[in-house]
Each structure stands twice: as C-alpha cells, then as structure tokens.
Design a protein around this ligand. Sequence first.
Ligand SMILES: C[S@@+](CC[C@H](N)C(=O)[O-])C[C@H]1O[C@@H](n2cnc3c(N)ncnc32)[C@H](O)[C@@H]1O
Length: 276
Amino acid sequence: MSATTATTAGAALAAATEVLAAAGCDTPRLDAEVLVADTLGIGRASLAADPERPVAGAEAEAIGERVRRRAAREPVAYIRGRRGFRRIELEVDRRVLIPRPETELLVEVALELPAGARVHEVGTGSGAVALALADERPDLRVSASDLSPDAVAVARANAARLDLDVAIEVADALPPRLARPGAAPDLVLANLPYVTDGEWDTLAPEIVGYEPRLALTSGPDGLDAIRALVAGCPPGTRLALEHGSQQGPAVRALLRDASTRRDLAGHDRVTEGRAP
Ligand SMILES: C[S@@+](CC[C@H](N)C(=O)[O-])C[C@H]1O[C@@H](n2cnc3c(N)ncnc32)[C@H](O)[C@@H]1O
C-alpha cells in the first residue's frame, strides 16, 4: 500500500515506515511517526492511540509527498521546517545547519556567566545557541553573527518570531567592532565548521545532499575557521569552542588556560580558554 492511498493513520504509518526502510533511512519508524503525526496536526502519542483515525485524501497526498522527500534522504527537520532546541523551536531550511543536540553544551557553558554578562556567538546559523541563551537568561546581553547572509536572514526571522532581543549581523569571525581592544564580550561562543575537507564525501546523504557545506567543512584538518576566530580575538578574550571528538588537543593548543568538556556521549566537545 502506498502512503498516498492510505485511509487510516495506522495504515499511512505502516506504508510510510516501509517506504523509508526500503530507502535506507536509519530510523524509518520514528521518521514515519513524526511525518505522519505532523501532517495530521496531532502528536505521536495520539497517532499511537488512535490508528483508526480516518485520513482524508488531501492529508494522504501531503503525507505521500513528505515521505517521498524523506525517502530521497532529505532530513526530517527540513521537511517539517522546524527543529526544537532546548526550550525553543527554530524554523530551519536548507540555508542553515540543523541544530544538533550536542551543541546544547555551548549554551550550558554560557549559563554559568554572572548576571549582565555580554556574550557573542560567532557562526550562529539558525540562531539556535544565541536564541536559546537569550530565552533562558534574559539578563545576559547576547549578540550573534554569521559569515552567511542567508543564515543571518534565518536567524533574524527566528529572533523576531520568538520575540528575543538578539542583534544578528553578517561578519567573518568576530565582528570588527568587538575585535577592538577593550570591546571584546565576556564570552565568545562558536560552533564553527570543523569537519575536514576530506571527510565531506563520507558523510551521510542527509548531510551531503542538503546541509550547507559552508556550515560543515573547514580546511584539511577542519580547524581553519576556529584558528581564524582565535587569531582575530583581542588577547585574553574568553572563548568556548565546539569541535570534533578528536580535535580537543589541537583546539586546546590554540588557547591559554584551556580545558575541554565532554558531551552526553562522553566525547570531547567544547573547549574553553583565552585567546593568546
Ligand atoms: C556548524 S554551523 C553552526 C550553526 C549553529 N551555531 C548551530 O550550532 O546550529 C557553522 C556556522 O558557521 C558559519 N561560518 C562558517 N565560517 C564562518 C566564519 N569564518 N565566520 C563566521 N561564521 C562562519 C556557517 O555559515 C554556519 O552557519
């Protein structure tokens, strides 16, 4: 049975799961549940509780279209156009990286700042880190930037929709106004691209086919953007930098007083320290 001819939610779910499994998706049942429930405007719990819920023709067509996109390995977050991150929901599309759970660690570092501190996020993408921080700590003065004008447009739209007061600008590394001596914020946060150029072709089809390469790769060892950011910060500037699980020693070597935190999976993930 194809998802487009299904007449109940349970049948649509079964058909979608089968199509996504055949397409090689890692989590076909979960993806099918999310797409079917989202299209029907119900939660996954309601979908499970009421498999006999009738599915109208237009709904079946919409589910079929979304399942076809997922079978072509488009990420679920782009198909839904939304992704949750900590307490907020961000609108996301192919102009920005889909925020990852491990990036919440950057927010947690900044939550330790004293009241009123100034924080700037470099490489904000959808705005996930800066906006989650502004949402949880309205006392902080949060700003953000990104090299990509497309990403800045997405992040600004998210800030406006969520009614969060975060100024977001286009800049390569730290914006020049913050790079002047005495003007640096109390903490610079960054989840810059850190995949090596050589790894790009080995990544999942969901990433290579849909996510912006500018958000992911950064030179032969993956550290070009991080190195440039550190080099452009006034000496003594405090930074917290997300990086790959094998890059802790290399990132610590770029900073003074450096230490590395692990993510929930136990991998080196965020290194903090001061610009030399
Ligand atoms: C890994 S994504 C992170 C996006 C977002 N912070 C998140 O965690 O979901 C990296 C972001 O850095 C931006 N970027 C890449 N090189 C940059 C640079 N030299 N200066 C500023 N931003 C840069 C990309 O456009 C992209 O939005």
